[in-house]
Design a protein around this ligand. Structure first.
Ligand code: PAF
Length: 279
């Protein structure tokens, strides 16, 4: 496995590689990332995993400085997973002198759901992913469904900007309790980690009700939010949306996703569950 830190070296490796899959990450890898790697391997001859904690997708007061940087352990996991290249650029490679002048600006979706409390986040994601695509020139790239809104933004960007890369969505990996795996779970205390399963439990309750024919989305959203608030969560949003583009769900929609973000202690967690109904 090659560990590459510079764009020049990555480009020269790319010249001799055939079909390449990219898994973009910010490191601190867990089983969710390894599942992305397994999917990537099934779609290409060579797998590149990028590890870069991308400053421009973090807002003021967010956890950029605190974000766990665990390159040594990550490299071991990726070597064991049969990855070909770890691309771990230093910040000055992607943002010389700390400056990025040109940005990829997603449409209104960037201001909704997570975008409401994280202004600029999806613009930062879309911009760095574009840069990574330009550097690695992957044939396919794998993104986790855990970050559902991110996946929708990236798919839209690739389509709208005619990028020559196939986006492959990969399902959520969960702990036995139901808690969606996330690097940010490492911020949770043991007690919080046990309690954190309440978020996915509430999504399950809503999904079951919708599958049974309940179309009172607002009532379902309110009752899940109230339950979580009563158990000490600060709820950012819990909403039923249309699965494809994350537009507001209509009663007649059959492909839905319930998306949620809520804060437990000081940790902001996100989760979602898709509900596909047969008409
Ligand atoms: O999902 C992530 O870890 C990040 O948002 C990504 C896609 C690697 C861009 O920095």
């Amino acid at each position: 496995m090659h560990i590459i830190h510079t764009i020049t070296e990555l480009r020269s490796w790319r010249q001799q590689a055939k079909r390449v899959a990219l898994v973009p990450t910010m490191g601190n890898l867990h089983e969710g990332h390894l599942s992305l790697v397994r999917t990537a391997r099934a779609h290409a001859d060579a797998v590149v995993v990028s590890i870069f904690v991308n400053r421009i997708q973090f807002g003021a007061g967010e956890d950029f400085d605190q974000y766990p940087r665990t390159l040594e352990q990550d490299v071991k996991k990726l070597a064991a997973a049969g990855v070909d290249v770890v691309f771990a650029p230093v910040e000055s490679e992607l943002y010389p002198n700390g400056i990025q002048n040109y940005f990829v600006e997603p449409p209104v979706i960037q201001n909704e759901l997570c975008g409401r409390s994280r202004p600029g986040h999806f613009r930062g994601v879309a911009t760095v992913v574009t840069k990574l695509f330009n550097i690695v020139q992957p044939d396919v790239a794998c993104f986790g469904k855990k970050d559902y809104q991110q996946l929708v933004v990236i798919k839209g960007m690739v389509q709208d900007l005619n990028m020559n890369v196939e986006i492959i969505p990969v399902g959520i990996e969960r702990a036995k309790t139901g808690l969606a795996l996330s690097s940010r779970n490492s911020y949770l205390t043991d007690t919080e980690r046990a309690q954190a399963a309440q978020l996915s439990e509430q999504l399950q309750v809503m999904a079951k009700a919708i599958a049974q024919g309940n179309r009172d989305f607002a009532v379902l959203e309110n009752s899940a939010a109230t339950y979580l608030q009563q158990h000490g969560w600060q709820v950012d949003y819990i909403e039923v949306r249309q699965a494809q583009m994350l537009t507001k769900a209509q009663n007649s929609d059959t492909n839905l996703v319930i998306v949620a973000a809520a804060i437990l202690g000081t940790t902001r967690l996100i989760d979602n569950i898709e509900v596909h109904l047969s008409n």
